[in-house]
Ligand binder design. Structure first.
Ligand SMILES: Nc1ncnc2c1ncn2[C@@H]1O[C@H](COP(=O)(O)OP(=O)(O)OP(=O)(O)O)[C@@H](O)[C@H]1O
Ligand SMILES: [Mg+2]
Length: 535
């Protein structure tokens, strides 16, 4: 039985679900679907108070996802006691976290109607199991499950969490997609047994995460062997094909974990702190491995938390050599000796922020009659929000632009991890005042217009599949006038103007020296760089 009085408070009331569910006729559903599709993918939004989110996932049921999620979170807390750790159980039909964490109370509500997580072993936990009577089945349709998940994602008062470990149900279904589409996931830990059937679905799951650009932290091979209690022989009950799988999909085994009577017992009875220690060795080793891993750099485990990257804007006309200038700067900065392990320089293109076109605009674009050089072609709000997040040291995900089809790639995003230096290049990066003021340094690549045209024509024909007439028409009608009206006037905002672009080695060397001086020498006040001087 659902604790109705409680649910009513959280979900307004249970009958709302039924009402909404019945109300949809086929037409309604179609209109609703159209409306949803026109809105595009939901925008990922962090959970209030949560810094990093790690999913624990497997296509297969019963392989030890929840066991791993519970151990990972308790281990994180033991190894890094100063960190605040949370555990979110998103399995609506089979929540096991209450049993494993020995938590059985009903959460309190804050005055803002947010559920307060229950705490054990120093880990804040939330599970749908806290909201239903123990042992009672949940017989819900997908829509209701999604609404419950939404509440678990957004209506919990986490307050302040460094690492939120998310236990997921088996499979790669609605729950996983909803989590991925709505939350900025730092990475996923896959769990499998070495059994062929489990490996097969794990592989499918891994492919899904790769396709959706979610970094895979690594694989936990659970129940890898059984140690015979009388003769201590190591028996591989489920075979040994895991190595092949990790090679195939190019991921790392974090740890292999034997089938162990005490683990099963601990989970079946009450998950005692003593039992957590049975697996804690595995977790410590894995965490150490992971701390050398880029993903956990992203989760800011190695002390780079709160870092404000040095943000450089690079503007200039079409084909002026902006990307090559950025590439040179990145190469030269990559060789900085101090902190070389940590040094990370990334470059983002303004092209990722073209807005979605309407069907009629796409038709015009296909005939070369859409002005891609006009400020209106860009989503300047998204640029501002993304750069603001980057400056706050957050991991961000940005769209990928498909030049051939004049659209953003569906289901594909690019993950940008916190870095020391971020270059943002594009024709109009200094045009929008709100964006312009975010840069620590502004460079303008000033290349002669004939040279730019001579570079643009073959690039558009060869790389972007356009024909000569179309390229020239577009240049004369849109590119050239827009450069003169919108791009060229922003030169006055630049700190440094680089004539001849990437060929100007002297200018690039001077700029790189200046950036190195700032990164190595200058103190930051509250994580913020002092305003750079022009050179
Ligand atoms: N290494 C192990 N040795 C012995 N028993 C284990 C081990 N790992 C997990 N178990 C047991 O196997 C059962 C399933 O584990 P768990 O609930 O973690 O799997 P799951 O993948 O989360 O399952 P579901 O798909 O139902 O969510 C539990 O009873 C657990 O105690
Ligand atoms: Mg589970």
């Amino acid at each position: 039985m659902i604790k109705r009085h409680f649910l009513r408070k959280i979900f307004s009331n249970v009958s709302t679900f039924k009402h909404q569910f019945v109300k949809y006729s086929l037409d309604n559903v179609k209109t609703h679907q159209k409306e949803l599709m026109s809105r595009g993918l939901p925008k990922q939004k962090p959970i209030d108070g949560v810094k990093n989110i790690i999913l624990v996932s497997s296509g297969k049921g019963g392989v030890g996802k929840s066991t791993t999620a519970v151990n990972l979170s308790t281990a994180l807390k033991l190894v890094y006691p100063e960190k605040k750790v949370g555990l979110l159980d998103t399995d609506i039909f089979g929540p096991t976290v209450p049993l494993m964490m020995n938590l059985h109370e009903t959460p309190f509500l804050t005055d803002k109607n947010l559920m307060e997580p229950l705490i054990n072993y120093g880990v804040k936990c939330m599970s749908f199991g806290f909201l239903i009577e123990e042992g009672s089945p949940v017989i819900w349709r997908g829509l209701m499950v999604m609404q419950a998940l939404e509440k678990l994602m957004r209506q919990v008062y986490w307050d302040d969490i460094d690492y939120l470990i998310v236990d997921t149900p088996p499979g790669t279904g609605d729950t996983h997609l909803t989590l991925i589409q709505n939350l900025p996931i730092n990475g996923v830990v896959l769990v499998t047994t070495p059994q062929k059937a489990a490996l097969e679905v794990t592989k499918r799951g891994a492919k899904m995460y790769k396709k959706l650009n979610i970094p895979i932290i690594g694989l936990v091979e659970n129940m890898s062997t059984v140690i015979c209690p009388s003769c201590s022989t190591n028996i591989k009950v489920f075979g040994s094909d895991t190595e092949k799988l990790v090679k195939d999909i190019n991921i790392e085994i974090l740890e292999s974990f034997p089938l162990n009577e005490s683990t099963a017992e601990a989970c079946d009875k009450v998950y005692k702190c003593k039992a957590a220690h049975v697996q804690i060795d595995f977790s410590i080793n894995s965490l150490r491995k992971m701390s050398d891993n880029r993903i956990l750099n992203a989760t800011k485990m190695n002390g780079i938390e709160g870092k404000t990257p040095f943000l450089i804007g690079v503007a200039g006309g079409t084909a002026s050599g902006k990307s090559t200038v950025c590439k040179r700067i990145m190469e030269k900065l990559g060789q900085v000796e101090v902190d070389s392990k940590q040094r990370q320089v990334v470059c983002i293109s303004q092209d990722s922020f073209y807005r979605e076109l309407t069907p009629s605009e796409i038709a015009r674009a296909e005939k070369g009659q859409f002005n891609f050089d006009h400020p209106d072609a860009f989503n300047d709000t998204l640029i501002k929000d993304t750069l603001t997040d980057i400056l706050a040291g957050k991991m961000v995900q940005i769209p990928i632009y498909d030049y051939r089809h004049h659209s953003l790639k569906k289901d594909e995003v690019l993950t940008i991890y916190p870095a020391d230096v971020v270059l943002f290049e594009g024709i109009l990066v200094f045009y929008f005042p709100e964006v312009r003021k975010l840069f620590h340094m502004k460079l303008f690549v000033d290349t002669d217009s004939d040279t730019r045209l001579a570079r643009r024509v073959p690039r558009d024909i060869i790389e972007r599949g356009r024909d000569l007439d179309q390229v020239l028409n577009q240049y004369m009608n849109f590119v050239k006038p827009a450069f003169e009206e919108f791009c060229s006037p922003t030169k006055k905002f630049a700190d440094v103007i680089i004539p001849r672009g990437a060929d100007n080695h002297v200018a690039i060397d001077l700029i790189v020296h200046h950036i190195k001086d700032i990164l190595q020498g200058r103190p930051r006040e509250n994580g913020v760089y002092n305003t750079p001087q022009s050179i």
